[in-house]
Design a protein around this ligand. Sequence first.
Ligand code: PEP
Ligand code: MG
Length: 899
Amino acid sequence: MKKNIYLFGPGMGEGNAGMKELLGGKGANLAEMSNLGIPVPPGFTITTEVCTYYVQHRKYPSDLGNEVEQALKRVEKAMGAKFGDPESPLLLSVRSGARASMPGMMETILNVGITEETIPGLIKKSGNERFVYDAYRRLIMMYSDVVLEKAQGIDPEEHGIRKQFEREIEETKKRKGLKDDTELSTEDLRQLCQTFKAKLKEVLKVDFPGDPTEQLWESIRAVFKSWMGKRAISYRNIEDIPDDWGTAVNVQAMVFGNMGENSATGVAFTRDPATGDKIFYGEFLPNAQGEDVVAGIRTPQPLNEATKAVLANELSSMEETMPQIYEELNSLQKKLETHYRDMQDIEFTVQEGKLFILQTRTGKRGGAAAIKIAVDMCEEGLISQKEALLQVKPEQISDLLHPMVSPKAERTATKLADGLPAGPGGAVGQIVFTADDAETQSKEGKKVILVRAETSPEDVHGMHVAEGVLTSTGGMTSHAALVARGWGKCCIVGCSALNIDVSTRTVKVGGKTLKEGDWITLNGTKGTVYAETLPLFPADPEKNLSYKKLMIWADEIRGLKVRANADTSEDAKLSRKFGAVGIGLCRTEHMFFGPERIKLVREMILADNKEMRQKALGKLLPYQKEDFIMIFRAMNGMPVTIRTLDPPLHEFLPHNKSAQAEMAKQMRISPEALREKVELLSEVNPMLGHRGCRLGITYPEITEMQVQAIMEAACELTKKGIKVLPEIMIPLVGTKEELHNQREIVVRIAEVTKKKYGVDVNYLIGTMIEIPRAAVVADEIAEFADFFSFGTNDLTQLTFGYSRDDVVKFLPDYLENKILANDPFQTIDRKGVGELMKIGIQRGRLKKPNLKIGICGEHGGDPKSIAFCHQIGIDYVSCSTYRIPIARLTAAQANINSQ
Ligand code: PEP
Ligand code: MG
């Protein structure tokens, strides 16, 4: 005979964690805890097979009734109460629990077993009449909605009986001038129960069942039926969960923390979730239900002395008032953490001196805490180094790379408002309302926070000098968010509670009015705003011992090397601090934008002939050379990949009238003549136009100047005994002839320069693989390349045919309609772009088996893409500075996961 029911509870676990298919996630977990000796409220799981049977046959297996009866007897015995008994009634919860979590998709019914007959016994036992009628009205509400109404096929959204009940509650409150449900008296609740029942009869033409057994069986049926409900089916379609998995039903004894002074309820963490400190941390409320903790009417009390110290909460602790139960809880939390090998978030209830664990799950934590917990647990011998590395989410690392609001101070501070966490870290400063004010006031030495409705490119000067940016509108990809993230600046967007008035320099929020100069604090990692100054911890990951250890472990285990995309010596220095082992992309064009240089660049671009062009380039040479000297010095012996000029020249030209007039004056031509030249250079599709190696081919003198600058810098430093490893990279190559052409120029100039200085410098010549054709003919291209670097920004643009700059116009629709699962510019599209990368690697190494291959598109800093790069045999990823430690950890995780 097939077993349909599995018992759980202290000393009676019949299943185990491995039986998710049969018992569902929740059932398997309850069984596992029972086997561990954790006092979960006893109960039983009706298997998923019964669900499948029920869905197919519209009836239960014949022996189910018997089995439920037997199981219920065991539960009654364990609880010392009886289901339906007038003296000492047992109450039950009936919940769904599928193999995969389907939050909120199926039904739950609580307090099953309250009837007019059991009420007096419950009142006697609890000594709390109000609690009993409150539990009863909740049962009537849930049962009427989930069991009775759905059985009649009524759409609860439109005519829901529950809505009608809620209206009754509102009316009672209005009549009595009450604000909260908790203010309703015992009599109010008793009355409401009667009204609900009458309404039920009137609307659905049924009686609320006075038979507890009927309540139980109808609740079980409702849960099984909810597996085939509309909500559950559409969720399964989206999540690819097969219909024939079925759900289990968990029937469990209800326990109550509001049965008098010897009862309590609370939440605890096996370590401090804010700091990661190894203290048992938590709060509890004597004589209360879980909801009372959430509702915030009563101030929770600290669990123990350690929590008391952290919260500066002087109320008496559980350790003091219920020492025995506290000791039991304390030993259970250790057991749970050891068993689950991670910090746990535990919900517990004490019913008349008896402790029950209601739930344990992996506890949420911030970045710094996550790192500390992982490293501590490894050093305590609880988990291995590999497990510690897998326990930290890569993105959590970024918390350490920015100044952070003190978690301790934040715990006791009053929140002003919430927005979207657009740029990580913390910031403290005085409010300013315009970018110009930000600039002036920061020049006066003030720390400012720029508060705007939204930002635009005109605001960047103010954003740059501000400690942080706060906007009332915009999403995670709004201008403010993108700019702030790029700079590693603290930023909160979409904080809709702000009502900003720039003209009066005030902002209204939650009944408060703040004005220019008022101090605020932003937590950009969480998106929280405070109207006070909170202490900040400076970003100095090097001072964080746990971080340092974790990173050493990561570096020992990872296969991929991590380089930086860095264009300045400041970025280069920072990238070394963050652990880069080289520069994988130095975009030389960014060096051309300084006020002195842009004029020379424009002179070069607008030159009428080669001679004039060479003259302008000659003036640019010393600037470029100086840049390279600084970068090589900063990298001191590490490889530096420098890319020759890439963007369409048009990007460097003046587009507004006044800049054009100034330029014309300087060139001694008329503004009209200048405008004509600018127009001549404009292209219909500049991204597909005269850019990349095409520039170096039409104007070889540009490549010549750049190589001369690189090699002169390298030779000068080599002479001084500093090791330099230049890697010259040609962009946008699609044919071997293009690379051949540029390679000849590089070699010629490099050799001449070396000879001139009389020193030898090892240099490499490589290419970006960013045009689909280059990936396909990679074997031919490899002939002229010492290395490849995938430019996945352009490769994605050209493979999909989506303009990088305009994709935002349709991407949200594509994501919403599931035409794309991800933004392909953020996470590599494995099927298309990834396949081209595989072809490129395979064909390139066919020609040169040891060809060094990297990636320098934005994907080099994206965890999912890094894992892919590891799989396909890439040697290094190159990413923006602030993502380097994230990439190091991800690379280690990729290696561990592939072992
Ligand atoms: C790329 O295309 O991936 C790349 C790194 O180059 P850029 O973004 O400068 O075009
Ligand atoms: Mg590119």
